[in-house]
Design a protein around this ligand. Structure first.
Ligand code: NAP
Ligand code: GFB
Length: 310
């Protein structure tokens, strides 16, 4: 009998997976109110209770550029602790498939673009998020060591920037899309400028959470595959922050009040990722385009304003 444990189960990605498989009783979606994964004892009790055969490990201390710049110690320590606990328990309880989550932002800043899965450790990450980046790189190392020493089927996916319903819309800690959606909503309500940080020039590849969820579920059944895998749109789908800001402003009919605060950091200019390994395995990715994804996310935010994370 399969038992699939999803850590971070009520977050952006966890909620997207739940939407697809929620009625399937073989899945258990855990969260911090059920188990604090910083505590090894609590983590072990969770595994003891559910005896998972597969694990989708999403739980992490997550945030956008400004949270990463301002909370480096937490971003390193909390992520290292969570990952250590979950992987150690996954081995102890004989989990036969483990999928952890890295990010395209943890790759070397000075590298040949587009990045691919083999370049992860070829240089230091960008200064803005090196704490989170090194914690995530240790996740990849830990999975690799368990594969080499014990033959465990532990792997990592490497998503690019993710967005969609159930994201964290907090103005200080969030990623750019939820942050700008919340900002534009408030600016229009208070008849103020819609202030976008930085120059708007940096480039990003964005993947809608429902699309990422589809690939994670597909990978779960692929027991043989256990190497790191980039999950992103094509490099040509790179979008500027300025274009994102305009798409969001248009959803609120507020383009004329869009302004830039260039005193704020742009962070990494680009982190273009090569998704050819995924395309070779999966075929047509059939991704949600950025216009539709933002439209759906803005609609969800407006409909869930009172209860969403902000
Ligand atoms: P998220 O919405 O913040 O969800 C992360 C979840 O982790 C939260 O829901 C939280 O649960 C849980 N968590 C945090 N600390 C915990 C603890 N001590 N014990 C138990 N649970 C804890 O993040 P996400 O965007 O879904 O990210 C999922 C994964 O993708 C993460 O590993 C992240 O690093 C990775 N990733 C994200 C992005 C992105 O752009 N969002 C890009 C690349 C990779 P509660 O809600 O119950 O507190
Ligand atoms: O999603 P984001 O915060 O993180 O995007 P990164 C930052 C980019 O959006 C910068 C611009 O160019 C910012 O100047 N931006 C403009 C804003 N206005 C805002 C705003 O109101 N909020 C935010 N957050 N950005 C993260 C990594 O990098 O990527 C994390 O730091 C994580 O570790 C994530 O991996 C996926 O894409 O720059």
């Amino acid at each position: 009998m399969e038992k699939i444990l999803v850590t971070g189960g009520r977050g952006l990605v966890g909620a997207a997976i739940n939407k697809i498989v929620g009625s399937d009783s073989s899945y258990h979606f855990t969260n911090s109110s059920e188990t604090d994964l910083y505590e090894y004892k609590s983590c072990r009790e969770l595994f003891q209770k559910y005896q998972p055969t597969k694990v989708i490990h999403l739980a992490a201390n997550v945030g956008g550029l400004f949270k990463n710049m301002n909370q480096k110690v937490d971003m390193l320590e909390k992520n290292i602790i969570i990952n250590y606990n979950v992987i150690k328990c996954s081995h102890e309880f004989g989990v036969k498939k483990f999928i952890g989550c890295l990010s395209t932002c943890i790759f070397p800043d000075e590298t040949v673009y587009p990045i691919n899965e083999d370049t992860l450790h070829n240089g230091p990450p960008h200064s803005s998020n090196y704490a989170y980046a090194y914690a995530k790189r240790m996740l990849e190392i830990q999975c690799r060591l368990y594969r080499e020493q014990y033959g465990d089927n532990f792997m990592c996916i490497i998503p690019t920037n993710i967005y969609g319903p159930h994201d964290n819309f907090n103005l200080n800690d969030s990623h750019v899309i939820p942050g700008l959606i919340h900002k534009c909503y408030l600016a229009k309500k208070e008849e103020k400028d819609f202030l976008v940080f930085g120059t708007g020039r940096p480039l990003r590849q964005f993947i809608y959470s429902d699309d990422l969820a589809k690939f994670i579920i597909w990978l779960l059944d692929n027991l043989e595959y256990n190497e790191s895998l980039i999950v992103s749109p094509d490099p040509a789908e790179e979008t500027s922050i300025g274009k994102i800001a305009e798409l969001i402003a248009n959803e609120f009919n507020y383009l004329d009040k869009l302004r830039y605060d260039t005193s704020k950091s742009d962070g990494q200019y680009r982190k273009t990722a090569d998704n050819s390994k995924l395309k070779k395995m999966y075929g047509d990715l059939d991704l949600t385009n950025i216009e539709d994804g933002i439209k759906k996310t803005v609609k969800w935010f407006k409909n869930n304003y009172n209860t969403c994370r902000k």
